[in-house]
Design a protein around this ligand. Structure first.
Ligand code: BGP
Length: 497
């Protein structure tokens, strides 16, 4: 195969890591930034912690109202905003070829609806992106990693409001223009296909007609979510258009959570097989629209039967058709098993169904995400077969609860094993014919968990001294996996043991 080196990976393969602004930067109100949606959430998993929003009957609007008895670790996070140089130097030491983060929308347009950007916010990303390039890394940028500015939700009602398309387009054009020639890989919305699972974080959807004591998600309907998704699809296409016009060398990808695609039927009972197909369509739906440029046939029946189809304006479908994405970015953590007689649940890692007796390893309790490297190869192949586009796993990793020993050492063999097993399967996927751009480890430095808002769930090769109560020095130190990943990158993916 063209350009493949003896390790099985192509030349120029983008090894590296990924984070999100809201999970690492901290400085949540610094230099003009205003809150984004995840700033009022402890973690994004619904029903665990209510978002800090209260209904103000006088104004008839939601307002920020943080809970005194909850810790919002993301507000300071790991203070990447001030530590980025030190952190990038450590990634450079590991030999990273790429680093993914998001440009926090609310740093650039603090409310979201301004005409002109916040220069101080842009200056931070000027420094960050230049630092990455100087360290030899390709910056991979997500436009919104669950980061809709909160004002757009409280004042405009979020993505169900069509006006957000224009606000997002302005944001996309501003940063694409600014980082033209510097950023080659963009992605529009992180895990857009989590819109149904976590509608507030992933699709900025909020209840519209709450009663006095109602909670932010009360009254949210499927129709609201499809409407928000339609607006996000158009906004995504306009971001693709902006990219083609402003920086034709750059690529605009989608970003989906594709652990969902690794959902297997419990057995060959046709009910389970067909149910699995339908369940997987919840994930396919998003790339079907964004990569093929039209709504798939199967969605029309759902819209009709549930009366939940979105309102579209003339010209929308033409925009979707004309501007499809250039590559598929995705996260993969785990697989799931579908049984028609059991309810499927979900967490940030993917779907949660019946226990798979063939998967004997999982991440530690309470998270217990089953480890399934073959599922990774399966997803890569499925995506390639369906869309024939380059694919880019931009999140893969394992969260562990760990502390340095008395000598300050941190041994993490489970992380090394997880990494090795997934890289091995990725190599197979490349041999299968998948066009894989790179491999980005999720959270190469410990950050705040998206799902639960903890710091105790650590993904890093680099340990950060801060705990769930927010205590610690913020000092960074290397775990044993640091050297393993370094060696893996140095050899372009050669597995040594
Ligand atoms: C994905 C998100 C990330 C992330 C990761 C791990 O869903 O894109 O933001 O954090 O999952 O999830 P968690 O942090 O809940 O362990």
């Amino acid at each position: 195969m063209k350009g493949i080196t003896k390790s099985g990976f192509p030349e120029g393969f983008l090894w590296g890591g990924a984070v999100a602004a809201n999970q690492c930067e901290g400085a949540w109100l610094e230099d003009g930034k205003l809150p984004n949606v995840t700033d009022v959430m402890v973690g994004i998993i619904r029903d665990k912690d209510e978002p800090g929003l209260a209904w103000d009957a006088k104004t008839g609007k939601w307002t920020m109202s943080l809970y005194d008895n909850k810790t919002y670790l993301s507000h300071e996070a790991i203070d990447f905003y001030h530590h980025y140089k030190e952190d990038i130097a450590l990634m450079k030491e590991m030999g990273f070829k790429a680093f993914r983060t998001s440009i926090s929308w609310a740093r650039i347009f603090p409310r979201g609806d301004e005409e002109t950007p916040n220069e101080k916010g842009l200056e931070f990303y000027d420094r960050l992106i230049d630092e990455l390039i100087a360290a030899g890394m390709e910056p991979v940028i997500t436009l919104s990693h669950y980061e809709t500015p909160l004002y757009l939700i409280t004042e405009y009602g979020g993505w169900t409001n069509r006006q957000l398309i224009g606000f997002f387009e302005r944001f996309a054009r501003t940063v694409i223009q600014r980082y033209k020639g510097k950023v080659k890989y963009w992605m529009s919305f992180n895990e857009i296909n989590n819109a149904f699972k976590i509608p507030l974080a992933a699709a900025g959807v909020i209840g519209k007609h709450p009663e006095k004591d109602s909670k932010p998600m009360d009254g949210v309907t499927e129709a609201d979510i499809y409407q928000a998704c339609h607006h996000m699809f158009v906004a995504n296409s306009l971001a693709v258009k902006a990219c083609r016009e402003l920086d034709p060398e750059a690529k605009m990808g989608v970003m989906c959570s594709f652990s969902h695609l690794a959902t297997y039927p419990l057995n060959c009972d046709p009910e389970n097989v067909f149910g699995t197909m339908e369940f997987r369509r919840n994930a396919w739906f998003f790339t079907d629209v964004m990569c093929r440029g039209h709504y798939p046939a199967y969605i029309h029946r759902i819209w009709e039967e549930k009366n939940c189809g979105p309102v579209m304006e003339p010209g929308d479908e033409e925009i979707l058709a004309a501007y499809t994405n250039d590559y598929i970015g995705f996260s993969y953590y785990r697989s799931a098993v579908y049984s028609a007689s059991d309810e499927m649940k979900a967490d940030t890692g993917g779907a949660v169904g019946v226990k798979n007796p063939f998967l004997t390893k999982c991440s530690p309790a309470p998270w217990c995400w089953p480890v399934d490297p073959k599922g990774f190869r399966y997803v890569c192949n499925e995506l390639t077969d369906r869309y024939e586009l380059p694919i880019f796993p931009v999140e893969n990793g394992i969260g562990l609860d760990e502390k340095p020993d008395a000598d300050g050492k941190l041994s993490d063999p489970d992380r090394v094993e997880y990494l090795e097993m997934h890289v091995r399967e990725l190599k197979e996927a490349i041999a299968d014919g998948c066009d894989v751009i790179g491999y980005l480890w999720w959270g190469p430095i410990d950050i705040v968990s998206a799902g639960t808002g903890e710091l105790k769930k650590r993904y890093g090769f680099i340990y950060v001294d801060r705990n769930n109560d927010g205590e610690g020095t913020m000092a960074r130190s290397k775990k044993e996996s640091f050297d393993y990943f370094k060696a893996l990158i140095e050899s372009n993916g050669e597995i040594n043991h």
